[in-house]
Design a protein around this ligand. Structure first.
Ligand SMILES: Cc1ncc(COP(=O)(O)O)c(C=O)c1O
Length: 387
């Protein structure tokens, strides 16, 4: 059986409950939520609203109706960035961002709409709250940062950073693509105004699910306007949430699966799953026979000596003498191990690491990864380095 170590791209396999949740909903109900008063439409709407409630609990959000569904984290990030920023605004971001944060911001800057500051990361791949504080200007409207880097796996200090943004009266947008379901999140406590999440990674749902949690301080202009199933007499998009930002039929089957993933996370707790994932990576790092032959970018020490503290379940490595793409192909073709080589859609993060443009080989674990799979991955890496 092959080994899947690309959970940071999308989690696979999904827990049984998720597959069953999709099938049960698709067969038994399957209607368009809120579009008509019949029983099935009402059931679909209730299922979606139940998923909003579960996500609100998981994210520390007081008002479930402000959990807006979209296609993925990219959709949520675009909704937030384009719905908040206007002419003359200043935004702050960092080198650790995925292109789904960098590209919309870069485009607005290029078009002359906003000015942009990109913060560096420390040698430990963190964003320093003091650097954040220094970057504010009178016109700073938005601070957009990733919660957990998909390249280094480091978890950013969103609490202290959020409080700085709140004091300066700017909005704090957090890209939770790698942290939602993987790391405890509390939007209220950490002053997060906008949380973009994806449903298909650590939230364990299917692809095509995700969205944005919108705090009460954030006014977001609708980016996608259309039918909402409610009052159709209004000539423009309704003001109230979630309809304000949810034009069009949602991914009902996908949300039915996502609901089961989030239920499972709430039942088991995010922290034990994170501990399981860190232990798996520790098994990998401590089982590679000649770790000195690999480049670890600091991760080996953190994983082996500090149980992966401050990181999510991924590690990036390089094998001297091999391009990351070659290692990825060998692992796939000769060992049936799926990893993700390259730049991971985060070119600035690789510039920071000194691995641009070739990137790294990323191994990312999930809730269903086993210690035995990590031993087999370590043995495969040993075989490649031994030539
Ligand atoms: C940090 C980060 N942000 C954003 C995204 C985009 O997620 P999605 O493709 O689900 O929109 C990813 C996906 O890899 C990511 O790792």
């Amino acid at each position: 059986m092959g080994i899947y170590l690309d959970n940071a791209a999308t989690s696979y396999p999904k827990p049984e409950e998720v597959y069953k949740g999709i099938e049960a909903f698709a067969r038994a109900s399957g209607a368009n939520p809120g579009r008509g008063g019949h029983r099935r439409a009402v059931e679909a709407e209730a299922m979606i609203n139940d998923t909003r409630r579960l996500l609100a609990r998981l994210f520390g959000v007081n008002r479930p109706e402000r959990i807006v569904f979209g296609h993925n984290a990219t959709d949520g990030l675009n909704m937030a960035i384009k719905g908040v920023l206007g002419p003359g605004d200043h935004a702050i971001t960092s080198v650790l961002e995925h292109n789904s944060v960098s590209r919309p911001l870069n485009q607005l800057e290029k078009a002359g709409v906003i000015t942009l500051t990109r913060l560096p990361a420390t040698a430990d791949h963190l964003i320093d709250p003091d650097e954040v504080a220094r970057a504010f200007r009178p016109k700073t409207r938005l601070l957009a940062l990733t919660h957990a880097s998909n390249v280094t796996g480091t978890i950013q200090p969103v609490g202290p950073i959020g409080r700085i943004a709140r004091e300066r009266e700017a909005l704090f947008l957090v890209d939770a693509a790698q942290s939602a379901g993987a790391v405890p999140i509390d939007c209220e406590k950490d002053c997060i105004d906008l949380l973009a999440f994806t449903g298909h990674k650590a939230l364990l749902g299917p692809t095509g699910t995700g969205g944005l949690a919108v705090g009460e301080r954030a006014a977001v202009r609708p980016w996608r306007e259309g039918g909402t199933g409610g009052d159709s007499t209004r000539p423009v998009q309704p003001e109230e949430f979630p309809h304000r930002l949810e034009g069009g039929t949602p991914n009902v089957f996908g949300i039915a699966g996502l609901r089961e993933g989030v239920r499972l996370l709430l039942d088991r707790g995010v922290e034990p799953i994170l501990a399981h994932e860190r232990a798996l990576l520790k098994t990998f790092v401590t089982s590679v026979k000649r770790p000195e032959r690999l480049q670890w970018y600091g991760a080996d020490k953190v994983l082996a000596d500090r149980n992966g503290e401050g990181r999510v379940g991924l590690v990036g490595v390089n094998l001297p003498g091999f391009a990351p793409s070659e290692v990825g192909a060998i692992l796939d073709e000769q060992f049936d191990i799926a990893v993700r080589p390259g730049l991971h859609c985060a070119p600035y993060a690789h510039k920071h690491l000194g691995t641009f443009p070739q990137g790294t080989v990323r191994l990312s674990v999930g809730i269903l990864t086993s210690p035995d799979e990590m031993l087999r991955a370590a043995a495969a890496i040993d075989e490649i380095t031994a030539g």
